[in-house]
Write a protein that binds this ligand. Structure first.
Ligand code: FAD
Length: 426
């Protein structure tokens, strides 16, 4: 018999969506009389919730031999199974891909199942890699956005070194990272250790390996002058070539086409591997909505309700959210996505129970940027420092994050297990 309950559907089991699901499950249990009329459903295209902030470690994790077992261990270290969370929290989970959203009929279409009605909808599908239509880049680069991207980069680099070593010629291996934001910086700094290990593994001359990081602007991370200086010093120490004020204009026959921002002069740079960390854009699923803003994203009010669509909430990377005091855009990062998830959960519960909704008040806890091994940098306004303290802060935050979805002992064991894997390249 079909269920008479109304569906609260959350699309996306990422940092925002899974937070909404767990928080809302808890809240609904507090008000059984009203909640009995609703069913909470999470739809995610995979069974895993990915903790993105460690993906750079996966892409550069060293393995003596790449086996299915070590790839599974890598996956387990950054992923949480949504089925486990669903079982514990009591929501329904569909491992499926949403293909369209119809706001008129209040139905979403799924790839494997047919359609799903909703009373409330949460859109938290994240973002996708932006190649800015630069000729040749999408076809000749590796993104670092999803778990599969990180595993692909890892296996590809191992294979490349093996092939080059077998060729026994003096040709250099030229690797470039395109984009000097947090992902590009953390990955390049960690990659050095991996390249050292690969060179040793395949008896390849380390001096024949070039690593550069290319950015169109003059400030890595875009978090101020001091973080930029610390990063530049660190890159220099690690032997990574920083190329600022340089645009990547294309990829042609094994070469990057570069343009100097000031002089507009073009040049070419040999390239064997380009890792693209240049930016993100709206998830194509948002095309289902006829009313999107100029960024192709959903506009929301201070309660995180879509301004153009009643009963639809949006958070995380697919929503444009402004700071209630400064009017600035909220950065698209995990720390805010999770905070947004919490407010969305509360506000759906409040709507069902005819309570006042809460305003989203973002809290910036600071940025922790890995700079290779156990060296991290902490940035919060004018407070900027680097060393092992931020590394320890990150581990505490990791434990707190995983503890939200699993018991504390499991979260702590997990952090120690993954640390053992991650230090192999240090
Ligand atoms: C490499 C990397 C490192 C990062 N490091 C940090 C960091 O250190 N700190 C930080 O704060 N932020 C970090 N971020 C940013 C952070 O991960 C994102 O801002 C955050 O994940 C956004 O949350 P979200 O819920 O919007 O999207 P996501 O967490 O990406 O979740 C979206 C979910 O939707 C699913 N999905 C997408 N399309 C569909 C569909 N059509 N049907 C069904 N399911 C779908 C996806 O599988 C995914 O599970 C990093 C990002 C990357 C890529």
């Amino acid at each position: 018999m079909p269920s008479t309950k109304k569906n609260i559907v959350i699309i996306g089991g990422g940092l925002c969506g899974l937070k909404v699901a767990t928080e809302l499950s808890k809240k609904l249990k507090q008000t059984p009389e009203t909640s009995k009329h609703y069913r909470l459903v999470v739809v995610n295209d995979t069974n895993v919730h990915v903790y993105h902030s460690d993906l750079y470690e996966i892409a550069s994790a060293y393995n003596e031999k790449i086996t299915q077992a070590c790839l599974t261990a890598l996956e387990d270290s950054v992923c949480i199974k949504i089925t486990d969370v669903a079982k514990k929290s009591g929501f329904t989970f569909y491992r499926d891909r949403v293909t369209t959203i119809d706001t008129e009929t209040k139905k979403i279409t799924l790839k494997k199942r047919e359609t799903l009605d909703y009373e409330y909808l949460v859109v938290a599908v994240g973002s996708v890699t932006n190649y800015y239509n630069i000729p040749g880049i999408e076809d000749h680069s590796f993104p670092l956005k999803e778990l599969t991207d990180a595993l692909t980069i890892n296996c590809h680099l191992d294979q490349l070194f093996q092939e080059r070593a077998e060729k026994k010629n003096d040709e250099k291996v030229c690797i470039a990272i395109g984009g000097g934001g947090a992902t590009g910086i953390e990955f390049s700094c960690e990659l050095i250790g991996f390249l050292n290990k690969l060179s040793k593994k395949y008896s390849f001359s380390r001096k024949d390996v070039d690593l550069s990081i290319i950015d169109g602007g003059y400030e890595f991370l875009k978090l101020g002058k001091k973080p930029n200086q610390i990063v530049k010093k660190r890159l220099k120490k690690l032997g990574i070539k920083p190329m600022q004020g340089t645009y990547i204009k294309g990829y042609e026959n094994g070469n990057l086409i570069l343009e100097d921002k000031k002089t507009k002069k073009t040049s070419t740079q040999k390239n064997d591997v380009l890792i693209w960390t240049g930016g993100i854009k709206a998830n194509p699923l948002l095309q289902s909505f006829s009313k999107l803003n100029k960024y192709g994203e959903l506009d929301v009010n201070e309660m995180l309700e879509c301004t153009a669509y009643p009963n639809i909430f949006a958070g995380g990377d697919n929503a444009t959210i402004t700071h209630p005091k400064t009017g600035e855009f909220i950065p698209k990062t995990g720390q805010f996505a999770a905070q947004e998830g919490k407010i969305i959960a509360y506000n759906i519960w409040a709507d069902i129970n005819k309570q006042y909704k809460k305003q989203f008040k973002p809290l910036l806890k600071g940025y922790l940027v890995p700079l290779g091994g156990k060296r991290y940098m902490f940035i919060r306004g004018n407070i900027v420092f680097s060393g092992i303290i931020p590394f320890l802060m990150k581990k505490v935050l990791d434990i707190m994050y995983f503890n939200w979805y699993m018991p504390l002992t499991t979260a702590v064991t997990r952090i120690f297990t993954k640390e053992k894997i991650f230090v192999q390249n240090d």
